[in-house]
Design a protein around this ligand. Sequence first.
Ligand code: AMP
Length: 397
Amino acid sequence: MRSIKNLNIDGKRVFIRCDFNVPKDEFGNITDDRRIRESLQTIRYCIDRDCKIILASHYERPEAGKYEEKFSLAPIAKRIHTLLKIKRDVLMAKDVVGDDAKSKASNMEAGDILLLENLRYEVGETTNDSKFAKELASLADIYINDAFGACHRKHASIYAIAEEFDKEDKASGFLMAKEVNFFSKVIEKPIRPFIAVVGGSKVSGKLEALTNLITKVDKVIIGGGMAFTFLKAQGYEIGTSLVEDDLIEEARAIMEKAKSLGVKFYLPVDVVVAPEFSDSVPVKYLPTQEIPSNWMGLDIGPASSRLFREALNDAQTIIWNGPMGVYEMDKYSKGSLQMSHYIAQTHATTIVGGGDTADVAQRAGDVDEMTFVSTGGGASLKLIEGIKLPGLEALSL
Ligand code: AMP
């Protein structure tokens, strides 16, 4: 992987694809700015070389083509400015490749930093559109990909844009290099038992990942919203819990594959259920066999926490991706916080992946106890599965 250190960037216009998709609370406050902090090394390197720095990132999932303020990157520009501790402002473009972005980009001076608006405001981003990629590329002389958390997606700012630059004008940033180097070591020689703890709500993407992961690990522990697809596949009543009915067959196949490979597969044995998605309703702690038909599971219960702790006891390597429940609401955060403590207390090499999971570890006060906190959830899972990441592939084209 070519690094930014190998390029001649002095005084040039450098486009840095970052991953500023940070978690925010209901008031729009950034709750964990790790992804921004981790991108500073590359930005500072460019400042020191008198570059004109153009930063770009997506933020969550706005409807493409629609500029909605809640998805704006303006608060990110402020946080970059605060963290960099520089006098000059971080310029914020009103659009992505529109008149404002173009005029601000062309009027930059050495050391200036310009942040483009949310890449996903543009339809062409997620469709890997080459016309949109060309417009983005026209803003700069050099392309740097430092968005580890997004490099598993074949999107225009990750893939098509890289095709617009010669080999000697594109490379990875420092964060990308750090992440990839770390995961390469884990993949080459994981010390066993190797345990994957998977939770969260994105069932579809993670089920695919699990199909490959179970060939690599010794145990899998499932929590969070995705557990209910597995529980339903086992024939349990799951009430109104999050579920992907069209993936039930796949979930069943994963459990069968785990069995045939001798991989231990753990699902929650009890859950915290509520009549609706709210933290101001009375909740019940129930065994998974007893979920009422009109209630939903929003966290794992205390028995599951203890079971999972037992399963983690002999771990030598743990990769954790996805919270055990709706941790953003206090009432449903215990399962995730406990999981964070248990993982942190093991003597294993512990790898926490993904914005939300890192946020849980931070809220639990466990970040310093973890071996590695990755800025990429989906990307780190894909790397461990042994899948080529489009973002890395594009840099070597
Ligand atoms: P992901 O991005 O896939 O890691 O998912 C993280 C999100 O999953 C968090 O915002 C959690 O609130 C959510 N989540 C975890 N458990 C559940 C659940 N049981 N029901 C609904 N959402 C959940």
